[in-house]
Design a binder for this molecule. Sequence first.
Ligand code: ZN
Length: 49
Amino acid sequence: MGERQTRTRRCKQCHRPLGERRWGRPKRFCTRWHRVRYWLEELAELVFG
Ligand SMILES: [Zn+2]
């Protein structure tokens, strides 16, 4: 219990822990490609799903 609020964010694609101190914004993905891939999957779900 109480594991929902974790400070370390993880990449939504590969679930790797991300560091937040590098950039000012919170990151959801470790690389640009993973972000694009996740976005494409969501788009595909909207179109085909
Ligand atoms: Zn990743």
